[in-house]
Design a protein around this ligand. Structure first.
Ligand code: B12
Ligand code: SF4
Length: 461
């Protein structure tokens, strides 16, 4: 006779942790960034990373939650808290460290997590008691026991890539932490949703493969659908909007296919980051449309095959770009296309080629960024001796960080401004958007027109 739970597995599993009656209190902080550019302006999306952290902690701790980006104020005095914990990307690391230093000076335990502390463990440790490498889910049990035993370690990190927990164990994130804020009206109506984690494509400028390695994990499709239903119930209506936070929702095409099929008929609208190679098949866009897709966020990065090779982006075949755009547009799905300038293979002609591609293919929402060597990536190591700025506040992908091989700064910035102004000039907005009904993508273009008119070389320094 077979048993569902073997005696061995019972022996191995540690007993569930029961928190003592006096719960420790955490303050979780999503700090703002100091960049003057558009990154945190307007409506921002709810910070899924910190909401995941809060949702886990609530079983064993008391949790307060602050998001400086929407206007929540970080207290000067941290009395009442046992632990002050912050999430950090590179662009807000300096702000994070300033708050962390203040909390430590008041004798609080400080924990840092997120991409920047994960990539810069030694630097982050100078400002805190503990760094969490990668996601909290995979080290949560150990961290919780250690906190109540007063034995915090300086670093929590799964022993190997195999140590990442399956995503089936992921709890449904509790948005009430963010919604309780008196400033919650500044959150976008698009709700964050996560179906997969990781992306092993391995682009040399991207942090994701450095954190999760070759790992790509998926939730069960039913769990994602359950979460969508739960949000519909909370909102009191079926027609709600999601932004998938996945690095690359289509890395396992069969999963994306099953997920999109399950979403058909649910009445939701969504957008997601998606790999270009997946869109080579016209039926993918057709199914995405049926499932409620409004916009796909696609990293074209460059129209030059040489640059694509240079950045190790094996998922992009430039020869098929036109066909992919046509597949997406046939379904009435808008494209948010990301274009990066400033790799060593780029020349002044790269701007003209990109302009031609965008205009010919009528990309609705092109986003232009400057190649940014994020610390911890292989590309950072390659170009660090050429960095012209070392200020973390400027790591927002809109600042001129290093000297590319084939262009001088003035020439680069002149062309970078020109291409944006031209793409977002009134006649070109009209050409790219003609035939599209008046919607939020038009509004984005109007905002981009005004934004690009104000650009000067100093903006990017
Ligand atoms: C979705 C996404 C966005 C969304 C963000 C939505 C949001 N509200 O957060 C949007 C599109 C708005 C966005 C914007 C930008 N993004 Co972005 N984004 C991502 C992406 C693909 C996924 C992030 C995510 O939400 N994942 C799901 C959550 C659940 O996982 P997580 O973030 O890893 O969080 C877990 C752990 O980090 C950990 N954790 C996190 N914080 C904390 C805190 C504590 C105390 C603890 C214990 C644990 C912990 O536990 C969490 C739960 O599992 C990442 C890539 C990546 N994998 O990180 C890039 C990424 C974070 N983005 C990046 C960049 C550069 C940007 C922009 C600057 C781009 C731009 N020019 O606009 C802006 C910056 C916006 C800002 N103010 O931060 C870079 C950051 C690099 C760096 N070193 O800082 C990344 C890493 C991509 C890359 N190129 O490598 N982004
Ligand atoms: S395809 Fe996107 S998420 Fe994947 S490694 Fe490249 S830049 Fe990162």
């Amino acid at each position: 006779m077979s048993t569902l739970i073997s005696p061995e597995s019972l022996e191995l599993a540690p007993p569930p942790f029961v928190a003592p009656p006096h719960r420790k209190r955490w303050l979780l902080i999503q700090p703002k960034s100091n960049t003057p550019l558009m990154v945190d302006s307007g409506k921002v999306s709810m910070p899924l990373n910190l909401l995941m952290v809060a949702s886990m902690l609530k079983e064993h701790f008391l949790v307060d939650f602050l998001d400086e980006r929407v206007g929540d104020e970080v207290p000067q005095d941290f009395t009442g808290y046992d632990i002050v914990a912050l999430t950090s990307r590179t662009l807000n690391a300096k702000r994070v460290y300033a708050i962390a230093d203040r909390a430590r000076a008041q004798g609080k335990k400080v924990i840092l997590g997120g991409v920047h502390p994960t990539m810069m463990i030694d630097e982050a440790r100078e400002h805190c008691d503990t760094v969490v490498f990668g996601e909290i889910e995979s080290i949560y049990d150990e961290l919780t026991r250690d906190i109540y035993a007063d034995q915090l370690k300086p670093l929590y990190r799964p022993a190997s890539e195999a140590g990442w927990k399956p995503m089936s164990t992921l709890d449904q994130p509790d948005f009430s932490f963010a919604r309780r804020s008196p400033n919650s009206k500044h959150y976008s109506f698009r709700l964050p949703l996560l179906a997969t984690k990781g992306c092993p494509v391995g682009c040399n400028f991207c942090c994701t493969p450095r954190i999760y390695g070759k790992n790509f994990r998926m939730r069960e499709v039913e769990r994602v659908i359950d979460e969508i239903r739960m949000r519909q119930y909370e909102s009191g209506k079926p027609n709600i909007h999601f932004s998938f936070m996945d690095d690359n929702i289509s890395f396992r095409p069969a999963f994306a296919d099953a997920l999109f099929n399950a979403m058909v008929g649910m009445g939701v609208k969504w957008n997601a980051n998606i790999s270009m190679n997946f869109l080579e098949k016209p039926e993918v866009s057709a199914l995405a449309k049926e499932a409620g897709c409004q916009m796909l966020n696609v990293g074209f990065e460059s129209v030059s095959p040489e640059t694509i090779k240079h950045v190790h982006k094996g998922s992009n075949r430039t020869a098929r770009y036109d066909e992919i755009v046509s597949n997406v547009h046939k379904q009435g799905i808008a494209l948010q296309g990301y274009f990066i300038f400033g790799f060593d293979t780029d020349t002044p002609a790269s701007f003209q080629h990109t302009y031609d591609f965008i205009m010919q293919n009528r990309i609705e929402f092109p986003v232009f960024t400057i190649a940014t060597p994020f610390p911890g990536t292989p590309w950072y190591e390659e170009v660090r001796h050429r960095l012209v700025q070392h200020d973390w506040d400027k790591y927002d992908t809109f600042h001129y960080m290093y000297e590319p091989a084939k262009m001088q700064r003035d020439e680069f910035l002149r062309n970078f401004i020109k291409v944006q102004r031209e793409i977002y000039s009134w006649p070109n907005i009209w050409k790219r958007m003609a035939g599209r009904k008046l919607d939020w993508v038009w509004l984005v273009n109007v905002a981009m027109h005004h934004f690009t008119q104000r650009l000067t070389p100093a903006t990017f320094m």
